[in-house]
Design a protein around this ligand. Structure first.
Ligand code: S3P
Length: 413
């Protein structure tokens, strides 16, 4: 895929639905009583993996345009589930299957099969779950076993780990108290509360009792992780407006980064839709300052770090990003792949075990790079090429289908 340089980039963009919210709307309604309609859903490959897995487990899931109709199974049936590239599908299904007492075997593609699964399996076993991983990785087998609520401290601030524990706790006897080191995204807590679950969240602690769920319709906000690419293009090249973007405070670390970098932006039409805060986000071209980002902010912008690194590469001064070692276990090793992408197009970046040092330049030269089968590297690099002097080619750019199938149509529109 060729990306040409754009000295000016202006426009209003309809960003696809939030990936995290779409996964949850499919998975949770798949075990709820009744029927739900999920509108403005993301139909990227990852969410389609969740839909296919819930179908295999016995739920009815019908996709029609950007709407998904889900009818929960009264009782899930044992199944083999192919989670594709989707970590969220595999990890949440581990907890869901344990909580529902159903046998599943979970497999994934080459990238997903390299990602750590014991971070979910080990705390689930503390509740009594019978889970087997292949040396810490997929394939993962979950067998029915009685679960008992207890207090569990998670080692990493991960919404996937937290959500798996919450889903298991729905089927455990007694109360489960989950504490995480830093607050990760809380879409699970919000949606399950709306579905009638016995769940309370306070700071980094979630308390869950055994619960049955009732189906809820979900209007999915636009994904701030997808909007981030067009917000960055506004900051670098012109002015962009993204409508109805989810601005849940556990996801808006990028706005705090904009504050520190001097990016001019404004939120408009702020409202709450299906329990999630939503707003229109307008971003204008701005002179950028370097930033220093540490561990505390990481959970709120973890998926945006590659595109934030692109902004740092175009900012005045030296930016330091640390405490971001979670990037090493995403769809690719994103510390390595982000650094390689930036270096290939003329950026000055130094890789650290837990982040980057990036020395900003007035402009990036442009050049060719490989997306390394990682959608966020492809899209972050596309932003960098659009803002560069010469543009360039991205090898393997089709992986954007994972979370943003029409990304290049919007970029070239
Ligand atoms: C997600 C949580 C994040 C994020 C991923 C989606 C979710 O992972 O990187 O893209 O939907 O729960 P971790 O919670 O493991 O950091």
């Amino acid at each position: 895929m060729n990306v040409r340089p754009r000295t000016q980039f202006f426009g209003e963009f309809r960003i696809p639905g939030d990936k995290s919210v779409t996964h949850r709307a499919i998975l949770f309604n798949g075990i709820a009583r009744g029927e739900a309609v999920v509108t403005d859903a993301l139909l990227g490959a990852d969410c389609l993996s969740s839909a296919a897995c819930m179908r295999a487990l016995g739920a009815q899931v019908e996709v029609d345009g950007t709407s998904i109709r889900v009818r929960g199974a009264e009782r899930l049936r044992a199944a083999d589930c192919d989670c594709g590239n989707s970590g969220t599908t595999m990890r949440l299904l581990m907890g869901l299957a344990a909580g529902q007492g159903v046998q599943v075997r979970l497999t994934g593609d080459a990238s997903l099969s390299r990602r750590p699964m014991e971070r979910v399996a080990a705390p689930l076993r503390l509740l009594g779950a019978d889970i087997e991983t292949a040396d810490g990785h997929a394939p993962v087998t979950v067998r029915p076993a009685p679960l008992f609520g207890r207090a569990v401290d998670t080692k990493v601030a991960s919404a996937q780990v937290k959500s798996a524990l919450i889903l298991a706790a729905l089927g455990a006897e007694g109360e489960t108290v989950i504490r995480e080191p830093l607050l990760s995204r809380d879409h699970t807590e919000r949606m399950l509360a709306a579905m009638g679950a016995d769940i309370r969240a306070e700071g980094c602690t979630v308390t869950v009792g055994r619960s049955a769920l009732r189906a809820v319709d979900v209007a999915v906000p636009a994904d701030i992780s997808g909007a981030a690419y067009f917000m960055a293009l506004g900051a670098l090249c012109g002015e962009t407006l993204c409508r109805s973007v989810g601005v849940n405070p556990t996801r808006t670390g990028i706005l705090r980064v904009f504050d520190q970098m001097g990016v001019r932006y404004a939120l408009g039409h702020e409202r709450t839709v299906c329990g999630e805060p939503v707003a229109d986000i307008r971003v204008r071209k701005s002179p950028l300052r370097a930033v220093h980002l540490g561990r505390a902010i990481m959970p709120s912008l973890i998926d945006e770090l590659p595109v934030i690194a692109v902004l740092c590469a175009c900012a005045e001064g030296e930016s330091v990003i640390e405490g971001a070692e979670e990037l090493r276990v995403k769809e690719s090793d994103r510390i390595r792949t982000t650094a390689a992408m930036l270096a290939a197009i003329g950026g000055d970046v130094e890789e650290k075990p837990d982040g980057f040092i990036i020395r900003g330049k007035k402009s990036l030269r442009g050049g060719n790079f490989d997306a390394c089968a990682d959608h966020r590297i492809a899209m972050s690099g596309a932003v960098a090429l659009a803002a560069s002097e010469r543009g360039g080619d991205i090898a393997g750019a089709e992986c954007v289908d994972i979370s943003f199938p029409n990304f290049f149509d919007l970029l070239n529109s």
